[in-house]
Design a protein around this ligand. Structure first.
Ligand SMILES: [Mn+2]
Length: 464
């Protein structure tokens, strides 16, 4: 947990931004896998963690924007729980740690909410992303589940996004801690990635490391020789000479902040010349996307700079043709780079995505495009100092997509379909780093994780 004053200040800002009514923030509960006592690993709701710091299941907080009163609702441990789970800190302990003056039961919380509902004062809550949250809100507010979804508070969403988007030094420190673990993790993977090992065994080594460090995966790891499947979670392949292994993974810091790193490794220890050509284009696209990063720059411009570099690079290799600017405007690069350049990073890997991607990444100035590829861009709006974003271009050869576009002769003024026939078994390459936006421009927080070809192959050359 951070110092108590940090949580008090965050809540005071939130209360003043929302202005009137009451705010309810729900923490997460334990969720049963196949019966109630057999639970998934606990993960606290990130907004609750941000404003209260309590990393335990079963809590909620009520903030009164008119009076400034704050109330923590949560469980008091029963004797049976002490017997089965051991003694835990009390509700009063958590309230004090978090700087909350009042605490009590959910019944008291419901009673206060009912009193507010009898007036014209609004009750603000965030979009529930778990069924349990919908039911809890429905019960607390006397609403049906469908009404709960309809009455989410846009002013609260906007205030939370404004606060959580800009990371303080203490938050950036947490992200650096997560990245430091990722750095060790990739060093380990580079040591063990070799022909004959299975994806599953490498993943087991990854998980073993993460658990031994007392950390958690920040999201389900992608570890695959079929990198063209963007979110491939199967791990049933054996790595072979000449394969590329794409690993997109993140871990949590002690405070719950995330890293999000992708590296693409040559299983043989060196790239073939064809792999090296494509790899260099992705690397150049990442550099082009990063080079633009500074406060005031719309992130969509970084995305388009990377897309243009992908296009120019593929043109130089004879896979695209025509004017690169026209090609990017038409969206031709999206055949190879069908996703956005990156997203916000913080307590969540896709930070605050549960609040609505358009509230996080777009605003009145930047509306989401409907063009294939650009439509997947999670962050378009102007960057601010203190944002942490990922920059993760890729080039993929997706046979199903190429085949369909080719059949439609789609954008064939820009795409050399015949030359692509040799690339149907290429796979995919993505390179991802975590970038802090600074007053001067940017800092690559994960620059120590090898990615240029000499460093990467050097690190893989150390294999036992
Ligand atoms: Mn990412």
């Amino acid at each position: 947990m951070f110092a108590t004053t940090i949580y008090k200040n965050r809540r005071a800002q939130l209360i003043s931004m929302v202005g009137q009514g009451v705010i309810v923030l729900l923490g997460n509960d334990l969720v049963g896998m196949n019966y109630l006592d057999n639970t998934y690993p606990f993960r606290q709701d990130s907004s609750f963690l941000y404003f209260c710091g309590v990393n335990r299941p079963g809590f909620a907080v009520l903030l009164d924007c008119n009076t400034g009163e704050e109330f923590l609702a949560g469980p008091e441990q029963t004797l049976s729980e002490v017997i089965w789970s051991g003694p835990r800190p009390s509700l009063a302990h958590w309230a004090q740690k978090s700087g909350l003056a009042h605490w009590g039961s959910f019944d008291q919380l419901a009673h206060t909410l009912n009193q507010v509902q009898a007036t014209t004062r609004p009750v603000h809550y965030l979009p529930p992303y778990r069924g349990e949250h919908v039911l809890k809100l429905a019960s607390l507010l006397g609403l049906g589940p469908a009404e709960v979804e309809k009455n989410i508070s846009v002013p609260l969403i906007k205030a939370v996004v404004a606060l959580r988007s800009v990371k303080t030094g203490a938050e950036v420190h947490e992200i650096r801690q997560a990245i430091a673990l990722s750095q060790q993790l990739y060093a380990l993977l580079m040591t063990h990635c070799q022909p004959g090992i299975t994806e599953q065994e490498l993943y087991g080594r990854l998980q073993g490391f993460v658990l031994a460090q007392g950390s958690q995966e920040a999201f389900p790891t992608i570890l695959t020789r079929r990198g063209q499947v963007l979110h491939n979670h199967t791990r049933d392949q054996v790595l072979a000479q000449g394969d590329l292994l794409l690993v997109d993974s993140g871990v949590c810091s002690k405070g719950g902040y995330s890293s999000d790193i992708t590296r693409t490794l040559p299983v043989s220890g060196t790239f073939s010349s064809r792999q090296q050509d494509i790899y260099e284009v992705v690397l150049a696209a990442q550099a082009a996307g990063c080079a633009k990063i500074a406060p005031g720059v719309p992130f969509v411009d970084c995305h388009l700079a990377a897309a243009r570099t992908v296009t120019q690079g593929l043109k130089d290799l004879g896979l695209m043709h025509g004017d690169p600017d026209d090609a990017v405007r038409a969206g031709a690069h999206a055949l190879f780079f069908p996703h956005g350049l990156g997203h916000m990073l913080g307590l969540d890997t896709h930070d605050m995505e549960n609040l609505g991607e358009d509230y996080v990444g777009y605003d009145q100035t930047f509306k989401r495009s409907s063009q294939f590829g650009l439509a997947g861009l999670r962050l378009a709006r102007q960057l601010q100092s203190g944002f942490v974003v990922t920059v993760e271009p890729g080039i993929y050869f997706i046979p199903a997509l190429i085949t369909q576009w080719q059949a439609e002769k789609k954008l064939d003024a820009f795409i050399h379909y015949q030359a692509l026939e040799d690339y149907m078994d290429f796979g995919g390459i993505r390179i991802e780093d975590d970038i802090l936006v600074t007053e001067q421009g940017f800092e690559n927080l994960s620059h120590n994780i090898p990615k240029n070809i000499t460093e990467l192959c050097g690190a893989m050359g150390q294999r036992s």
